[in-house]
Design a binder for this molecule. Structure first.
Ligand SMILES: Nc1nc2c(c(=O)[nH]1)N[C@H]1C(S)=C(S)[C@@H](COP(=O)(O)OP(=O)(O)OC[C@H]3O[C@@H](n4cnc5c(=O)[nH]c(N)nc54)[C@H](O)[C@@H]3O)O[C@H]1N2
Ligand SMILES: Nc1nc2c(c(=O)[nH]1)N[C@H]1C(S)=C(S)[C@@H](COP(=O)(O)OP(=O)(O)OC[C@H]3O[C@@H](n4cnc5c(=O)[nH]c(N)nc54)[C@H](O)[C@@H]3O)O[C@H]1N2
Ligand code: SF4
Ligand SMILES: [Mo]
Length: 694
């Protein structure tokens, strides 16, 4: 068999958007997948789950043809139908919803199954052109973005490839060994080349922390307190760059007096770190100008997530590290791309959408909450692409109750029979990235990776764009994009953005969209009206839920309340080889992840009579789930770590762990507090005894 190496890019919901080299064994079959070496951020590295993508793209359980539901909603019983019949049914359902309740009762819904410029957001054209409800995508990075916007202003920062020039790298609230593996390669280069130190700040001893010189394990949702105390020491010990503060920030006597009270002892009481740990971090950070903070998103998935990001983002302003190559900070590059998506996303019609619904509040929306529905009509018809919302959204019991409504029509376009797919009235088979054309914004670096098609169409699987275009025709939607292929739209987008032709970009493999060093480091000012970093943010300009947010860099004590009924805190971070609920179907990932596990501190294990490897039940007012216990002092006492959003089948009540996650929007702009849940815990034998006694 002749092996051809073909270039494309990874579409998955990951900051890396790796440029890939795929072994093509035939027009319908691939072998190994490797990272391309010429894209500086990818640098030949790829995660293990995509390395063995043959397992996913050639998976026997892929959906292969359109289907109509024959069982109950959620049951997963379907019969085969043709594409014409499926699309006619969806169009008729949308029209009848519109006739009854108006255009806003139809809600096209999507998430990050693919990050493709064309295939991900193309669905929004339905809302923009036809007047359906639109969606504000909040499930992932909104709290991080809000916190960064409050202080820094724009969504960019120092290029992560500069880490190779750093002397001190702080990985804060992220676990790149699991979630952004290429970053580790750049960190290791800095350590080898110049003995750079790596500090990792997390709520448990992650795989990334295992590689660090210094690991700090704090209590969840307390990063703002740590950041304030580090600033207090730096200011008190004369390590701050006072010129920088005066020139490029709003730092004043009020902020100085405020931070002076945030002593290491104060922060120690909140974070659970020792005074020595906090002071040592402050002296190390304050004494190293070439210091690069790489923020993860994990530490923002708390009720106070945006204020934690805001507080920590002030550190490079205190030391003036922004002035240095290899210094400053980065969390995500969302405003660097300069893409004109007038055609690809009908961006010129974005303002025509009359009702924007919050993606994260899908449970409340589908259950008829008037506030979540913005006082408008109920949602009675949906097209869902790229999302396994029934499993991954907060408050999954409400999501499922909503999806079960008899008066709601749901079309799901999916690759597998997911929890969400089971609720579909019409279920459509989706193509995978190797079978379609797109390009991907590497939001954890600065390149736009080109992802041309590698394989022929699989069975009857269609791309997102093909489904949306075909549906638009049936619904009478008028926009030139509905007559265009993915390649047409990619070429048009690139050319309209002054980035050349698609063919040229594909030949290159990727396009660098990095801002200049000065812009990335805000040397000519921060993207606020006054050009300054804000220690005193105006939260009211950032989002609607700003009430009560702190006026200055601070710890905001609003995390889920523990008490006698819920004494512990649950954190649910990403595992290494499942990506949200994607890859939970691949044998290689299943072998590595094994089963849903909760890591429990030895003292808690003793308190609750938990044995290593035994079953435990954790719960709150929303419900409970059973997991395997692993006794470990990886986190602080009182903190339970359960990696992964496992499929329903892994749980006794056939509903996953997000049953326990609260659906209230995170301040100030929404999002979900996935790592901020107060819980009770029982050894499962106790539960059984208690149940038997009832
Ligand atoms: N293998 C794998 N890769 C992934 C994903 C996956 O599920 N699996 N998900 C993808 C997606 S959608 C995204 S958005 C990115 C996210 O990637 P990251 O930026 O890494 O963020 P998270 O993965 O959400 O969380 C990472 C870490 O945050 C820690 N954390 C939680 N709460 C706190 C806190 O209060 N303080 C501190 N300091 N740390 C805290 C968690 O313990 C975890 O180790 O990764 C992507 N890549
Ligand atoms: N407890 C807990 N919950 C979390 C998180 C957490 O850390 N803890 N993380 C949260 C985060 S950061 C995020 S971003 C969300 C992610 O939530 P989702 O974006 O819903 O992520 P997935 O569960 O991976 O589901 C994506 C689905 O899209 C499908 N898909 C992939 N490509 C395509 C395509 O081209 N077309 C179509 N039609 N479908 C496709 C996949 O098969 C998969 O079922 O989950 C959130 N939920
Ligand atoms: S690291 Fe992320 S972008 Fe790279 S191949 Fe893996 S999932 Fe895809
Ligand atoms: Mo995400």
């Amino acid at each position: 068999m002749s092996v051809e190496i073909v270039r494309t890019a990874c579409p998955h919901d990951c900051p890396s958007a790796c440029a890939l080299e795929v072994e093509r064994l035939s027009p319908t079959q691939i072998g190994r997948v490797r990272g391309a070496s010429d894209l500086p951020f990818t640098a030949g590295v790829v995660c293990e789950k995509v390395g063995r993508y043959a397992e996913r793209v050639h998976h026997p359980d892929r959906l292969t043809h359109p289907m109509r539901r024959v069982g109950k909603k959620g049951e997963g019983k379907f019969e085969r139908i043709s594409w014409d019949e499926a699309l006619d049914t969806v169009a008729a359902a949308f029209k009848s919803a519109t006739d009854k309740y108006g255009l806003e009762s139809v809600w096209p819904y999507h998430s990050g199954g693919t990050l493709g410029v064309v295939q991900r957001h193309g669905i929004e054209r339905l809302s923009r052109v036809l007047g359906y409800s639109g969606m504000i995508g909040t499930i992932c990075v909104t709290p991080a973005m809000s916190g960064w916007a409050a202080g820094v202003g724009g969504q960019r920062g120092a290029d992560p490839c500069e880490i190779e020039d750093s002397e001190l790298i702080v990985v804060w609230g992220g676990n790149p060994v699991h979630t952004n593996v290429n970053l580790m390669n750049h960190i290791q280069k800095a350590r080898k080349a110049r003995g750079a130190k790596l500090v990792v700040i997390d709520v448990y001893r992650t795989s990334t922390m295992a590689a660090a010189d210094i690991g700090l394990v704090l209590r969840p949702g307390t990063d703002g307190a740590l950041a304030c105390a580090v600033m207090q020491v730096i200011l008190a010990e004369g390590l701050a760059d006072e010129d920088y503060l005066a020139e490029l920030t709003d730092f004043d006597d009020e902020v100085r007096a405020h931070l002076a009270t945030k002593t290491p002892q104060w922060a120690s009481d909140i974070t659970g770190l020792t005074v020595d740990e906090i002071t040592a971090l402050a002296r190390l950070y304050g004494g190293t100008k070439k210091s690069f903070i790489k923020f993860g998103v994990g530490f923002t998935r708390s009720r106070n997530g945006a204020t934690n990001m805001h507080a920590a983002s002030g550190l490079p302003a205190i030391t003036g590290a922004w002035r240095q190559r290899g210094g400053g900070a980065f969390w995500g590059s969302f405003d660097i791309w300069g893409l004109d998506t007038t055609m690809a996303h009908a961006a010129d019609k974005a303002g025509d959408v009359t009702r924007m619904l919050d993606q994260s509040r899908i449970g409340a929306i589908l259950c008829g909450d008037a506030d979540a529905l913005k006082g408008g009509p109920p949602v009675t018809a949906m097209l869902i692409q790229n999302s396994n919302t029934a499993l991954v959204a907060a408050d999954t019991a409400s999501v499922r109750k909503g999806l079960s409504r008899d008066d709601l029509f749901v079309c799901v376009h999916e690759q597998f029979m997911t929890a969400t797919a089971r609720y579909a009235d019409i279920l459509l088979p989706a193509a995978m990235f190797l079978e379609l054309d797109d390009m991907y914004k590497g939001w954890g670096h600065t390149a736009l990776s080109m992802g041309p098609r590698v394989l022929e169409q699989h069975e009857e699987c269609w791309s997102n764009l093909e489904v949306v275009n075909a549906l638009a025709k049936r619904l009478g939607a008028e926009h030139p994009s509905f007559d265009m292929t993915a390649r047409d739209l990619l070429d048009k987008t690139l050319q309209d953005s002054g980035k050349g032709t698609l063919d040229a970009a594909i030949t290159r493999g990727w396009l660098d969209c990095a801002p200049s060093f000065e812009d990335a480091h805000f040397l000519n000012g921060f993207p606020h009206d006054d050009g300054k970093f804000h220690f005193k943010p105006d939260w009211s300009k950032i989002g609607p839920y700003h009430e009560g947010m702190p006026a200055m860099t601070d710890h905001w004590a609003v995390t889920d309340t523990t008490g006698p009924d819920k004494p512990l805190r649950l954190v649910t971070p990403p595992p290494r080889t499942y990506l949200n609920s994607s890859f939970t179907e691949t044998p290689g990932s299943q072998r590595r992840e094994k089963e849903p596990t909760a890591m429990i501190h030895p003292q808690d294990a003793a308190t609750y009579g938990v044995t290593d490897g035994g079953d435990i039940r954790i719960g709150n007012q929303k419900g409970d789930v059973v997991l395997k216990a692993k006794i470990s002092d990886t986190a602080k006492q009182g903190v339970v770590i359960a990696e992964g959003v496992w499929p329903d089948t892994a749980f006794d009540r056939k509903i996953g762990i997000n049953l326990l996650i609260d659906g209230t929007p995170v301040a100030p702009s929404g999002g979900s507090a996935f790592h901020d849940t107060a819980i009770w815990l029982k050894a499962e034998a106790d539960t059984l005894t208690a149940d038997a006694a009832d």
